[in-house]
Design a protein around this ligand. Structure first.
Ligand code: KIV
Ligand code: ZN
Length: 513
């Protein structure tokens, strides 16, 4: 099925990842600084060309994360978003200027609706602002991306004037987003062909596509754009993003790769890193992808039907257009047991692609030993779960020491929990509707504030009776900020308590008091 092709003749399509900006700004997806850095390092390993690290002016936290990512990653361009104003552009430049390869991404809406109701400006004033601000940004940074927000609902001749003007002012990438997910693949293809005819200088810059998924067409529209000549695709891991999300990176990368015979194009994505990146985002945010999601869903490579299985046994290509290995899906192996030493553990962690400090390794090893004592078989997935959790830990303001839960179907559940806060022991007793509720209410007493439980779920890392429980808790503060926490244990009550404490520690990391 995968035809052998001469890749040297294929044009390059750049992947602009906006997981940490458009993705992160959607509900339930917020990440703290450590988590963003971890994601950025993984995106670099995945081979994306540009990381949009955030919107520097949005908050001091956003500024710090863009700046830290800009200083951390080396083999990938780092962009910050900015509205087309001097204040935003200055802030974006301050955040990215120390990157090996910085980019300022400024945007201004060009559709009649946005100009009239959002900007309250006449088209000529918008054109002038776009040109003037692109020129200003260019005086600071060589790589300038201009986005005509709501491009697909803009009037073509006006859009062409904006595109031509901003290219003349120094833009090196022109992004024509489908901001509200309104366009259709054939229509977007025609739109991109027409704008290239109207603005010949588009041939000298990168043409970028940025598609939202409101009609479920984000990826289809992005691929139509590639066919129409786009040399950059903006997308997010697992398709996270505003409303129905952005086009999913993994689907675009595998779409272009699997059908390179059709697109005559290639990306530089290391496809075998796809699963790890998707899993990392799931672990950090706690938001799982649907099982039938293309490429990274649990069932994406599962063949249940007898007819399919029969065909697959004879020749995998009967029902498989790409291999699970090509996206980094490896069978869970039985790897280590309770007699395995630190050396073997380190080896396995490295083989799985983790790059963690000695201190993180030591903590992860301790957890592995405890797990290996409780669990008959320790799989790669268990190790991944432990290590990925260690590598994005925040300082432990609160540490769980021990707990006792008493629960049954005819009694009120009670919890006794002991925790350390900066080496001071605090113990409280509480009651609740079931063991988890009792535990969470008791922790609230220890912390001294009532936190709203926005979401709670429990799954398992692997299959089998002795599998580790993987709990996720999302807490909401009074000002609406969400903090997600994760806990792993073969005991699901302990996993839940650990997840709750992890979310609290993240809250304290962001808002120390
Ligand atoms: O959807 C959109 O138009 C955007 C721009 C800022 C590029 O996210
Ligand atoms: Zn967007």
């Amino acid at each position: 099925m995968l035809k052998e092709v001469d890749m040297t003749t294929y044009r390059r399509v750049k992947i602009f990842d906006t997981t940490l900006r458009d993705g992160e700004q959607s509900p339930g997806m917020s990440m703290n600084l450590k988590e963003k850095i971890e994601m950025a390092k993984q995106l670099e390993r995945l081979g994306v060309d540009i990381i949009e690290a955030g919107f520097a002016i949005a908050s001091p936290g956003d500024f710090t994360s863009v700046k830290t990512i800009a200083e951390t990653v080396k083999n990938v361009e780092v962009a910050s978003l900015a509205r087309a104003t001097k204040g935003d552009i200055d802030r974006a430049w301050d955040a990215v200027k120390d990157a090996v390869n910085p980019r300022i991404h400024l945007f201004l809406a060009t559709s009649p609706l946005h100009m009239q109701y959002k900007l309250e400006k006449e088209p000529d004033a918008v054109l002038e602002q776009a040109i003037e601000m692109t020129r200003y940004a260019k005086s600071l940074c060589p790589n300038i991306q201009f986005s005509a927000e709501d491009a697909t609902r803009s009037e073509m001749d006006f859009l062409a004037r904006v595109v031509e003007g901003t290219i003349n002012a120094g833009a090196t990438t022109i992004n024509l987003p489908d901001t509200v997910g309104y366009t259709l693949p054939e229509e977007y293809y025609d739109f991109l062909v027409t704008i290239q005819e109207k603005v010949p200088s588009l041939a000298n810059v990168d043409i970028s596509t940025h598609c939202h998924n409101d009609l479920g067409l984000g990826v289809a529209n992005s691929l139509a754009a590639v066919r129409a000549g786009a040399s950059q695709v903006e997308c997010t891991i697992n398709g996270i993003g505003e409303r129905a999300g952005n086009a999913a990176l993994e689907e675009i990368a595998m779409g272009v790769h699997t059908r390179r015979d059709f697109y005559k194009a290639q990306t530089h994505i290391i496809t075998t890193e796809i699963m790890r990146t998707s899993n990392m985002l799931t672990r950090i945010t706690g938001v799982k992808v649907q099982p039938n999601k293309a490429i990274v869903g649990e069932n994406a490579f599962a063949h249940e039907s007898g007819i399919h299985q029969h065909g697959m046994l004879k020749n995998a290509e009967t029902y498989e257009i790409m291999t699970p290995e090509s996206v980094g899906l490896i069978e869970s192996n039985l790897v280590l047991g309770k007699h395995s030493g630190k050396h073997a553990f380190r080896d396995r962690v490295q083989t799985l692609g983790f790059d963690i400090t000695e201190e993180e390794l030591a903590e992860a090893f301790e957890k592995f030993k405890i797990l290996a004592d409780k669990k008959k078989t320790v799989f790669d997935k268990d190790i991944e779960a432990i290590v990925s959790k260690e590598s994005v830990q925040v300082p432990k303001t609160y540490k769980l020491k021990n707990f006792v839960i008493n629960s049954g179907n005819h009694i009120t559940s009670t919890a006794v929990i002991k925790m350390d806060k900066h080496d001071k022991e605090i113990e409280k007793v509480g009651i609740g509707d079931g063991p988890i509720d009792a535990a969470f209410k008791t922790i609230d007493k220890i912390v001294g504030q009532k936190l709203e439980l926005d979401d709670y779920s429990i799954g398992s890392v692997t299959e089998g009776e002795d599998a580790q429980g993987d709990a996720r808790v999302v807490l909401k503060t009074e000002d609406g900020n969400l903090y997600s926490g994760r806990g792993l244990s073969t005991d699901i009550v302990e996993a839940s308590i650990m997840a709750y404490v992890n979310a609290i520690n993240k809250l304290y990391y962001d808002e120390p008091n």
